[in-house]
Design a protein around this ligand. Sequence first.
Ligand code: DLL
Length: 431
Amino acid sequence: MYWNQDLETMSPEALSALQLGRLRRTLFQAVESPHYSKVFAENGVKPDRIETIADVHRLPYTTKEDLRDQFPYGLLCVDQKEIIRLHSSSGTSGQATVVFHSRSDIENWADLVSRCMYMTGVRQDDVFQNLTGYGLFTGGLGFHYGGERLGTLTIPSGTGNTKRQILLMQQFGTTVIHLIPSYAMRLMQVMEDMGVNPRRDLKLRIAFLGAEPHSEEIRQRVERYFGVEAFNSYGLSEMNGPGVAFECPEKEGMHIWEDAFLVEIIDPDTLEPLPPGEEGELVLTTLSREAMPIIRYRTNDLTRILPGKCRCGRVHSRLDRIIGRTDDMLIIKGVNIFPVQVEQALMEIPEVGQNYLIILERVDEMDTMRLQVEMRADIFQEDMRHLKKLQNKITRELRNELLVTPKVELVQPNTLPRSQGKAVRVEDRRK
Ligand code: DLL
């Protein structure tokens, strides 16, 4: 049941002691980099003065901006010959950021991903098909090495060529899949078009969904359609990639591996730490990284730590589903809305198909939200009156949920644009 019973079920006191030791070691390591040696000197940070975990609150934050400014080597703490891999994200705005890994970093990362997979019930005799991008994106190689370390037959099928993906599942009896939620919806559509019924024709039993915000309703659709248990998987390139936080079979939040990451939730405006249960920005410190430790990284992701213990017996705290990024929030007529709330409300409506797009426009000096929603194919065989009724129903449900009234347009399946990687849910036409 446990990949590493000692680490997963240690007492809270033992975990704190482990974290403190690792935090100190991390700070001594960090000062080897040009960035932290300067920042620590400016802020009077002395690694040997760290006496309790709470002392972390005195350390300076690290932001995406810092990573951009220090591109490429400013946070590197080891000799260049010690690094064996890099991952990079270009993001949407300008300068890329890069994270370097030493051999032990890569091994620790693979071990964390195996721990996540094992926790959900994956075993050596499973056939694991990894339907995510192999390349600078961490979802591909991150899960690949996790699957291999656990001992699954790992199929590096990557993204795209959906028909071939389905063929591979049939030929090799795939039991476990990893994919981003928007691609899971696409896969559903293609299976439907091909007349493949996954419950009847495939051996799938587990799916990992991550890398983008998605609602509980999407998980349930994936579970129903593919006949699997679906688990939420959270991570970010700056903290390796996948393998940071993952759901256990209880599916009540994602265990964040606190032997590897120190977790804080802060108020993104005042930067004050918040207690468990309160929603804020997730801040993470690496505790076992060698080549490029990162201290108090502001992830921009909004979530909370679920109070209380998990029934599974693991000591590691649980993160609630990510509601969005601080920069994802839409403000429409004074109401704050995250795209995932729109998704949750939409996907609860059975006639709604697999894709949607939020379009923001300025009409008469007012910000308005238009929503294009792909419907199930059979809906369009109904008469106009029925369609109009359905449109009104969706508008009503969204208004109840969001407290603003979007303009809803029903569109045919497969008509909205699909992105190569992560889904782009919002088109801002206000600028
Ligand atoms: O998306 C790493 C990853 C790969 C995680 C595969 C899980 C599976 P980045 O491309 O750096 O890394 O993007 C990180 O994606 O800060 C969140 O905003 C978002 N994100 C990742 N996982 C989830 C999730 C990978 N389960 C950014 N729910 C993060 C919501 C997620 N958002």
